[in-house]
Design a protein around this ligand. Structure first.
Ligand SMILES: *[C@@H]1O[C@H](CO)[C@@H](O)[C@H](O)[C@H]1NC(C)=O
Length: 584
């Protein structure tokens, strides 16, 4: 009797298809949370006992905690490219060959290329409602101020509320400037000495400098200085703006209540979509500088404004978890929380306050491939999908793994026409597999292969081999204070021949490089890593570089401006759909 229903059901299902996208127990919803620059040592569930993060800890208690979760890059732009595409950023051209590895100007033409597939795009094709709330940092326009070729909507996010670029000190008056270090790169001494020498030689008749050449050079210098001042003076208006969809709705962006506003937006999205499958990427602007916290959180933590900002992010995560409970969605929603990279240790305010997080026992931080730069929190909870209960998985995993995991669960298949570097997390999460599929993991510093991690399938060692390492400044610190971030190019790094070798299973803090006389496997490990590196390099197909100078500089014709130019690109017309039910 029951059998007779099968064809009827089949027909109904066919009719329904993805158009009505009803809930399917095997296809979970996704809430993917990324906190900016947060350290693994900031969270209670990773051992912090002075900074209170009860809501994030709840995710850990009810889910799985990854202890060797690795970001695909130690900087925002490439790490996010790797996360969304499941591929090393070098494969999409999102890895810079110069010093600066991220976009700092919104009217630049580079960005995540359209041929790249994000998990959002594939899930959307499967009928998911998709939203990005918060930070993007993967480009905006290509040729016009409104073509939105790199906008989240071009990469599968139907709904967008947030910033196309990133939060920066310059976005908040009184919080200093990321450009305060630029002057350290201007060779004032050499310029002055050169000018003086030429003037002296000219006066003694040794050389003859034509008046026009002298005036021309002075003029060029003055113009450069004036342009730089104008750039600094208008930076906030031109780069710190809030978008709703493709429209700029607040320029400049007002940061203070931003975590609250993003939370409200997230809750609205969940409420609107509680009857259909959804994918929400909640990408906090915090805890990147400029730091902010709303009035309820200022002064609440024992760690200054930084700690307050972490506590507000934690509150926001709690609001999202409660909304899932209230809407009875918790069971069938996969929640993930991570940070895009380690803490930005150079972030000390002008008044000397610590504006960065903690990397716990790990060495160094953001912009380096020491563990402190790339080992990030990784929490996953899906009550209907895998056992939780505070389980810990210490196998190596990557933020690129979310790509195949989400894609498969959404009902799509993982693209076969390109290299995907992420691996499905479900076998590990379900306990069907003990070992990670990542035998080798490659750690890039911008476009340069910096280190390789090797976990031999049959052993307990976790080898890490460095081809070069950043030169810290001051020397006894573990950061690059002179340049505000560590660079990857000659003059800023030490090259190692033979490479530096560590075994993270015995020395997670990377304190003692191993040598041939202390480590019998030294040569064998280097040989295996060299071979894997060679294989990897051969598999990286050259693509157009999205972070060339030409793609990073300001192009006035790409500048979004929500008012008439004469009104200096200012507006405040963000309309949120009323306050949802937020609580403390
Ligand atoms: C907890 O986090 C704060 C803020 O980042 C940091 O100062 C402190 O050292 C951390 N504590 C531990 C035990 O890691």
């Amino acid at each position: 009797m029951a059998r007779a229903w099968i064809p009827v059901c089949a027909v109904l299902m066919l009719l329904c298809g993805s158009a009505c996208a009803t809930r399917d127990a095997r296809r979970p919803n996704f809430v993917l949370i990324m906190v900016d620059d947060m350290g693994i040592g900031d969270l209670g569930c990773y051992g912090n006992n002075t900074l209170k993060t009860p809501n994030i800890d709840r995710l850990s208690e009810e889910g799985v905690r990854l202890t060797q979760h690795i970001a695909s890059a130690p900087l925002c732009t490439p790490s996010r490219a790797g996360f969304l595409t499941g591929r090393y950023p070098i494969r999409s051209g999102m890895a810079s060959q110069s010093k600066v590895g991220v976009y700092i100007i919104s009217a630049a033409s580079g960005g995540l290329p359209n041929q790249e597939l994000t998990f959002a795009r594939l899930a959307k094709e499967q009928g998911y409602s998709t939203a990005l709330i918060g930070k993007w940092h993967l480009g905006l326009n290509c040729e016009r101020h409104d073509d939105l070729c790199h906008h989240p909507s071009a990469h599968g996010f139907t709904h967008f509320y947030g910033v196309s670029m990133t939060n920066l000190r310059d976005c908040q008056p009184g919080h200093g400037s990321v450009f305060s270090h630029v002057h350290t790169h201007v060779p004032y001494g050499a310029l002055a000495a050169g000018a003086l020498a030429v003037a002296l030689l000219h006066a003694r008749g040794a050389v003859r400098v034509p008046r026009r050449a002298a005036l021309g050079s002075l003029g060029a210098l003055a113009l450069a200085a004036a342009l730089f001042c104008a750039f600094r003076g208008t930076f906030r208006e031109l780069n710190c703006f809030l978008m709703r969809g493709g429209e700029v709705v607040e320029q400049p962006l007002v940061l203070e209540n931003m975590t609250r506003r993003m939370t409200a937006e997230a809750l609205h999205f969940l409420e609107r979509n509680s009857e259909k499958p959804f994918l929400l990427f909640l990408s906090f602007l915090q805890v990147h500088t400029a730091l902010f916290a709303s009035a309820d959180f200022r002064g609440r933590s024992a760690h200054g404004l930084y700690g307050d900002a972490v506590m507000e992010v934690d509150w926001s995560v709690g609001q999202v978890l409660r909304a899932l409970d209230r809407l009875q969605l918790a069971e069938q929603t996969l929640v993930y929380l991570t940070s895009d990279q380690g803490p930005h240790l150079e972030e000390i305010s002008e008044r000397g306050e610590v504006h960065h997080g903690s990397s716990g026992i790990y060495k160094a931080g953001k912009s380096t491939n020491w563990e402190g730069g790339i080992r990030v929190p990784g929490l996953l909870r899906w009550p209907g999908g895998f056992p939780g209960g505070g389980r810990e998985i210490s196998e190596v995993t990557s933020n690129m793994d979310l790509f195949p995991t989400v894609v498969k669960l959404s009902g799509a298949s993982v693209p076969q026409d390109r290299e995907i570097d992420g691996r499905d997390l479900l076998p590990l999460l379900r306990g069907e597999s003990e070992r990670s599929e990542h035998e080798f993991l490659f750690h890039y510093c911008n476009a340069y292969l910096n280190a390789v991690r090797w976990t031999p399938r049959d052993g307990s060692a976790v080898w890490k081999v460095f081809f070069f390492s950043p030169i810290f400044h001051p020397e006894n610190s573990s950061a690059c204070f002179h340049t505000h971030a560590c660079f990857c190019t000659p003059g800023y790094v030490t090259y190692h021949q033979p490479p530096l070798l560590f075994d993270l299973s015995r020395d997670p803090s990377e304190s003692r490089p191993l040598a041939p006389d202390t480590e019998p496997a030294f040569h064998a490990v280097l040989a295996a890593v060299a071979e894997a590196t060679e294989r990897h390099r051969r598999g990286v197909v050259p693509v157009p570089d999205q972070l060339t100078l030409g793609h990073m500089l300001w192009k006035p014709w790409l500048q979004p401006c929500c008012s008439h130019w004469s009104r200096l690109c200012r507006c405040a017309r963000d309309r949120q759909q009323g306050e949802p039910t937020l609580s403390q």
